[in-house]
Ligand binder design. Structure first.
Ligand SMILES: Cc1cc2nc3c(=O)[nH]c(=O)nc-3n(C[C@H](O)[C@H](O)[C@H](O)COP(=O)(O)O)c2cc1C
Length: 156
């Protein structure tokens, strides 16, 4: 089978979502997974062409003002209509970093992605409150690895 394509798009203002993203990337880059090509984009630099390239997408955002970050929102704004007809059923996953909650970010992303009719591979990964990168690295790595391995195996 030809390579499967995994896109990771995230926004981070002060670096904590970035730390989650780096762990997700590590998991998705596991050397045991050979048939998956990875593309990592900051949300402000990503666009519909990246989504149309992908067989699976992982989105990451902090919660800002009870919503997803503006960075991820502009990516979805710019991508929604260009992808709507061609990406239904796309497997996707979400990770969120929040100061104390996270549900507003999750709900806001899920509402838009429901419109796109992408298929979640599992529950969103939310890290809320004070935590060091080491506390959640394993969960993030598992998320990345699960998506990549599932794409490689043709499960997703
Ligand atoms: C402008 C702003 C708004 C925020 N709003 C929320 C919020 O509504 N709920 C929450 O749990 N945390 C909120 N936070 C805290 C961030 O989600 C938290 O600090 C997160 O770790 C930041 O991620 P980043 O380091 O990737 O930018 C807010 C932070 C900022 C800067």
């Amino acid at each position: 089978m030809s390579d499967r394509h995994l896109l990771i798009v995230y926004h981070s203002q002060s670096g904590t979502t970035e730390a989650m993203a780096q762990a997700v990337i590590r998991g998705a880059s596991d050397p045991a997974i050979e048939g998956v090509r990875l593309r990592v984009r900051a949300a402000l630099d990503a666009g519909p062409e990246d989504v149309l390239w992908a067989h699976g997408v992982i989105l990451g955002t902090p919660e800002n003002f009870g919503y997803m970050s503006g960075g991820l929102k502009t990516f979805l704004d710019r991508s929604y209509h260009a992808c709507l007809e061609q990406t239904q059923g796309l497997p996707w996953a979400l990770f969120v970093r929040a100061g104390n909650d996270g549900t507003g970010a999750v709900d806001s992303v899920e509402r838009i992605v429901a419109g796109l009719r992408w298929k979640p591979i599992g529950a969103p990964l939310v890290v809320a409150g004070p935590a060091e990168a080491g506390d959640y690295a394993a969960a993030c790595e598992e998320l990345g690895m699960t998506m990549a391995a599932g794409l490689e195996a043709g499960i997703f």
